[in-house]
Design a protein around this ligand. Structure first.
Ligand SMILES: Cc1cc2nc3c(=O)[nH]c(=O)nc-3n(C[C@H](O)[C@H](O)[C@H](O)COP(=O)(O)OP(=O)(O)OC[C@H]3O[C@@H](n4cnc5c(N)ncnc54)[C@H](O)[C@@H]3O)c2cc1C
Length: 218
């Protein structure tokens, strides 16, 4: 992970909110499994939501070998991968200063296809483990047919940036006396009660992996 911005990843507006260090960038990526993957296809910018899993300085993305994203990126097209975590709604006294608290990461580069069987298996395991730790060993491993239908791609964290907004509204001084409520509504992702499917024994408890995951997000 680059520790300083390139000319392309330097945040221009409110640069004090930017971060380029590995710790900040990896923590955001690891908390947000959903990424938006941008690329140009036939002259048209396309942004596709997709799962991502970071392992070291590499981000893995996967998809059907037939998908447009895979076909375009495998051809060497430049890509931009973004993740966003919404941490709160920031309500100011003026409409102008309304904002949101967030943590986001932007990664620029080219995706490349992961060809080696060892790295592919490692990446697929990372996807499942990033969703729910210990799930890989609970579920059936992929068959040869399933592996063949799945393309795995990697992007490296060489050119990337984070941006983080925290804190309350930044009202104009003259507005502070207005009789308008101002502050933050914090937001976070919480887990609901798991719903077993029809083929689970109705007396069975969810596995410990699931119970642990939920208890961390209540
Ligand atoms: C949930 C959310 C809501 C936002 N709402 C608004 C809004 O309503 N209006 C608004 O103007 N801005 C908003 N932003 C900020 C926005 O993402 C950009 O930071 C902003 O447009 C300023 O970009 P720039 O011109 O400085 O940089 P640009 O020239 O657009 O980008 C230069 C480089 O800076 C880096 N960069 C820029 N933004 C981010 C980012 N958010 N995270 C990580 N790296 C970044 C990238 O590497 C990019 O290549 C929001 C951000 C988030 C996460």
């Amino acid at each position: 992970v680059a520790g300083s911005p390139s000319a392309r990843t330097r945040v221009r507006r409110l640069p004090a909110r930017a971060a380029y260090d590995r710790e900040t960038i990896c923590a955001i990526l690891d908390e947000a499994p959903v990424a938006h993957l941008g690329f140009v296809s036939g002259g048209q910018p396309i942004v596709i939501p997709t799962l991502q899993a970071r392992v070291g300085g590499t981000i893995y993305i996967h998809g059907s070998a037939a998908s447009r994203a895979v076909r375009t990126l495998a051809g060497g097209a430049p890509a931009c991968l973004t993740v966003t975590i919404l941490d709160g709604l920031v309500l100011a006294r003026s409409v102008f200063h309304h904002s949101v608290n967030y943590r986001s990461v932007v990664v620029l580069g080219n995706a490349s296809i992961v060809g080696g069987a060892g790295e592919r298996a490692h990446a697929l395991e990372a996807f499942v483990e990033r969703l729910v730790p210990r799930r890989w060993s609970e579920a059936r491993p992929p068959s040869a047919k399933e592996l063949k239908a799945t393309s795995v791609m990697r992007m490296t964290l060489d050119e990337c940036s984070a941006k983080v907004r925290t804190g309350g509204p930044v009202d104009d001084e003259a507005d502070r006396a207005l009789d308008v409520w101002a502050g933050v509504i914090p937001l976070r992702m919480v887990a609901g009660t798991p719903v077993a499917d029809d083929y689970v024994d109705r007396h069975a408890r969810p596995p410990e992996s699931v119970r642990d995951w939920i208890s961390r997000r209540r």
